[in-house]
Design a protein around this ligand. Structure first.
Ligand code: NDP
Length: 289
């Protein structure tokens, strides 16, 4: 199938690699040298401009936010063909994606929101989980394509629900990570050995992805790799908090989590790794890990 892939970032690059092995792939990236490197490594064609992506049977976007997706839609819209499927793998905003879906629908193009989870290792391995919002037909078409990089592909309801569940899931991670960091900081200040603390927590009721996988490597081993930008997690939490607010719900923990990650973003910069937020959590008490 003729597929256009837009956004060869930390996630997009390895995802596109899987697609190139199965489809007639055309790639475009804002920084052209990245697309050229990709084209040097994989069987694909290089789009000279976004316009050259418009005649594909399916267009995949994975860029930072829904704003960039909309800018791309604006640019390509006049040349889109009826029947095209637009798969937006960005972790976007459900309200915007519904508006974009309506706009594309008027051109005969179906948009499904299809954010992914599993991080860069999942993208490399082709084992991502893909949560797809859209019609039953759109889901079926997208599922076949997303199989190239996804292991678990779930239809989560109408368009927008993919982005909504992705934001909610990352917000749960963010809140949990912050709570774990605060508890660990208190134990550390008391003088407890944190290796022992992790051993107990991970055998008991406080166990989580943060305590089992994310924090020990950073806090115990002192390794802080950049895998997912803090600016992007801040964006996800902001989406979840603003979606709740727009529904006139009183969800204070969501608001607080959003405030904390926005503060961490400002303090550490958006390019820092998301888990470095726990450094900021410690600095709020004048401490370091
Ligand atoms: P990166 O910052 O690594 O890549 C972003 C991509 O978007 C790059 O290709 C970049 O191009 C492109 N881009 C940025 N701005 C624009 C623009 N204005 N117009 C066109 N293209 C643009 O991000 P990730 O790959 O990490 O994340 C992409 C999406 O996936 C985000 O929504 C993120 O939340 C989500 N995600 C990320 C995960 C991760 O672990 N990293 C996991 C799951 C979801 P250029 O090369 O020019 O900068």
């Amino acid at each position: 199938m003729k597929i256009a892939f837009i956004g060869l970032g930390a996630m997009g690059y390895p995802m596109a690699r899987h697609l190139a092995k199965q489809h007639e792939l055309r790639v475009w990236n804002r920084t052209r040298s990245v697309a050229e490197r990709f084209a040097g490594e994989e069987r694909c064609t290089l789009a000279a401009s976004l316009d050259e992506c418009a005649d594909a049977a399916a267009i995949i976007t994975i860029v930072p936010t829904s704003r960039e997706v909309d800018e791309i839609v604006d640019e390509i819209a006049p040349r889109l063909r009826e029947g095209t499927l637009w798969i937006d793998c960005t972790s976007g905003d459900p309200v915007t994606s519904r508006q974009t879906a309506r706009r594309l629908g008027e051109l005969g193009v179906e948009l499904v929101d299809a954010p992914v989870t599993g991080g860069t290792p999942g993208a490399e391995a082709g084992s991502l989980t893909v949560m797809i919002g859209g019609s039953e037909g759109g889901f079926r078409r997208a599922e076949e394509i997303c199989r190239a990089f996804g292991k678990k592909i779930i239809h989560v309801g109408e368009v927008g629900f993919g982005h909504a569940i992705k934001a909610a899931s990352n917000t749960m991670l963010a809140a949990n990570m912050w709570a774990a960091a605060e508890c660990l900081l208190s134990l550390k200040k008391m003088g407890m050995d944190l290796k022992t603390a992790f051993e107990v927590i991970n055998a008991g009721s406080g166990r989580s992805n943060a305590s089992e996988n994310l924090l020990p490597k950073r806090i115990l081993d002192g390794e802080w790799p950049v895998t997912f930008k803090l600016g992007l997690l801040d964006k996800d939490v902001r989406i979840a908090a603003s979606t709740a607010h727009a529904q006139h719900l009183s969800l204070p923990l969501l608001s607080l989590t959003s405030q904390l990650y926005t503060a961490a973003h400002h303090a550490l910069g958006g390019e820092a790794d998301y888990i470095e937020a726990v450094k900021y959590a410690a600095r709020m008490s004048g401490e370091e890990w």
